[in-house]
Design a protein around this ligand. Structure first.
Ligand SMILES: [Ca+2]
Length: 295
């Protein structure tokens, strides 16, 4: 069995190599605001108490930094994507929200549209020649012409807006719950939705999104993890543990948590950042090798 092999006497470094993370996809919902060390301890206790079914154990991936690029630490990153080799970012906070094209190499702003003070910007997605940006609690998603950055439409959304991505047919929206909504990009009608879960436990706080090779990847708000989701079933298929990445960048004051996933499909490179981070990181992933040896 897996759980009895987890002992509190393990050193922190050793514990990090053990599959504590396989429980934290549940625990982050409850304990995401806790310190990471405390979180790990709590999760061991949580795992013992809730008896997560063995089927909930999913592959865990560790990261390596391939490259790092400057990022404006005043940007409260809520949406990040690469399209045709160009980096786009949407930022939040009232009075500071914007939609931007960013020069990845030096972090400078190529194009920028500011939102009115009453809007808190959230996730962004490109669908064809259209660029969409959610707002948090203002029940509107803005549509822009990708080429001109002109706002061409506004769509009502009945839920909070958190993350947004595009699977080639539908916009996929997260609202901070465990649900993913698949929306018609013309009408914003909900075509379907899935509940994201692992081993029967709903995984909530889904935030920034990215559609990568048939999967939805999602930041889990206030955690250092990205979950990989089967968009047909809602099943969690993997957990990417980015513990330690936030320590490798200067961060602005406030809610400077990991948020922002951008997949450069042409160059097959993965970019991640966080709110108020001084860097965007290109990372590579590798499976945590000792997961299978725990039983
Ligand atoms: Ca994204």
């Amino acid at each position: 069995m897996l759980f009895p092999r987890l002992h509190l006497s393990h050193s922190l470094a050793e514990r990090r190599q053990r599959p504590c993370i396989s429980f934290s996809i549940t625990g982050s919902l409850l304990y995401g605001a806790a310190g990471k060390n405390l979180l790990c301890l709590l999760l061991i206790g949580l795992a013992l108490s809730i008896a997560v079914p063995a089927r909930a154990q999913v592959p865990v991936y560790d990261f390596e930094v391939v490259a790092q690029y400057p990022h404006n630490s005043r940007f409260f990153t809520q949406g990040l994507l690469v399209h045709d080799g160009r980096l786009y970012e949407g930022t939040g906070r009232y009075g500071e929200s914007a939609l931007m094209e960013i020069n990845l190499a030096d972090g400078s702003v190529v194009r920028r549209v500011d939102l009115a003070q009453r809007y808190f910007g959230e996730g962004i997605a490109v669908a064809g020649d259209r660029l969409f940006q959610l707002t948090w609690r203002e029940n509107v998603a803005f549509e822009y012409d990708l080429d001109t950055f002109e706002r061409v439409n506004a769509h009502f959304i009945p839920m909070e807006g958190w993350g947004l991505t595009w699977d080639g047919e539908s916009l996929i929206l997260s609202d901070g719950s465990h649900q993913l909504y698949f929306l018609d990009p013309d009408t914003f009608a909900t075509r379907r939705r899935v509940a994201v879960q692992a081993g029967g436990q709903y995984i909530g706080n889904l935030n920034e999104l990215e559609f990568i090779d048939g999967e939805v990847w999602a930041n889990v708000w206030m955690s250092q993890q990205i979950v990989r989701i089967n968009p047909e079933t809602g099943d969690i298929t993997g957990v990417i543990d980015l513990t330690g990445l936030a320590d490798r960048t200067e961060r602005g004051p406030g809610d400077s948590v990991l948020n922002g996933i951008a997949w450069d499909a042409e160059q097959r490179r993965l970019l991640v950042t966080g709110k108020l981070w001084s860097h965007v990181f290109e990372i590579s992933l590798h499976p945590r090798s000792d997961l299978a040896s725990q039983d």
